[in-house]
Structures are given as C-alpha cells and as structure tokens.
Design a protein around this ligand. Sequence first.
Ligand code: IMP
Ligand code: MG
Length: 184
Amino acid sequence: MHKNIDRILYSEKELSELTDRIASDIGRDYKDKEPFLIPILKGSVLFFADLVRKIPLDCRFDFMAAKSYGSGTTSSGNVVITKDITADISGIDVILVEDILDTGNTLFYIKNYLQKYKPASVKVCTLFDKPSRRKKDIDIKADYSGAKVDDLFIVGYGLDYDEKYRNLPYIGVLKQHIHEKEKE
Ligand code: IMP
Ligand code: MG
C-alpha cells in the first residue's frame, strides 16, 4: 500500500464488482438504444475505461473537461468548461460519467450546459456519491452510482489529490496530515 494512504476503502476486485453492476443496469435501461457516454476528465477515465468495456450495447463517447476553482479538496461554484465535446449529440441519449459527486456543482453545471446541444436525454453516472456534501440549492442526483461514501477524502482509480495518486489501482483514504497541510 502507498505510504500516504491510511486504508483501502475499495479493492480492485470490489471496484470491478461496482462497475459490473452499473454496466448491467445501463445495459438493461438502454436496451435497443445506443447511449453516448461523456466522461468528465480526468478523474473518471479509469472508471470509464472499465465501464465502457462492460456495457453490452453499441455506445459512442467523447470527452469533456471542467475546472472548478476552489481550494485543494473542495470545489467552488465557478465551473469552467476547459474541453468541450466535438460530436453532435442532438437527439441522442447521453450519459455523463463522473468519478465522484460531491457538492454537485460540477455535474449540475455540465448537465445544464449540455442542454444547448439538444440531447434527447442526459443521465448521470458516478462511481461514488457523497450525498452528505451536496449543496442544498443544487438539484442534481446520480441516476447510476457505484457506492455512497462518507465525507472522507479518497484517492486512486482516477481520483487525485493535487494531481497525484490517480494511478493507484484501488480507492484509498488519504492520510489526514497530507491534505491538512494546505490549511496550515
Ligand atoms: P463537486 O463539483 O463538488 O461535486 O466535485 C466533484 C469533483 O470534486 C470530482 O470530480 C473530483 O474531482 C473532486 N472530488 C470531490 N471529492 C473528492 C475526493 O474525495 N477525492 C478526490 N476528488 C474529489
Ligand atoms: Mg474530477
């Protein structure tokens, strides 16, 4: 285990099981359809790569990236799209793929932003959900969610702290003193 990780929350095997379940739920709900997946860079790429290979449907995808300016471990309401899709999604069923739904700022903004392209539908798929952190005035929910997590800062499997730890194959809880440093 990495020296800055306190404990493992989801092993590789458990992550694979979460992904299996989401993929089969999507397969069932979009039967005879061709959903268009939009992973939000960069946190969702590892999850997305596993998920898309397990969805038993024809699906296309394109990437988006967003920044929300805040301090190291929380996002602010100021979301900026730093990479937009280039594909035409008008009349298409879209699924946004995110690593973690926290305050809800990022996905709320992106979901509304995409309306200008006139998709047939937009659903939200997130590997993790921290419902206790959701901002009251933000109306966003996960249509597909792997697991709910407490208000802990987790890293690995795409999720970062200061751009690090994304390549850990498991989800771990970062040692408190590592992300407390910024507050000192
Ligand atoms: P939101 O806009 O507050 O919902 O934040 C969503 C983004 O915050 C995610 O895409 C992550 O990049 C980041 N984030 C929130 N919680 C965590 C965490 O526990 N670990 C790593 N990144 C997180
Ligand atoms: Mg992210």
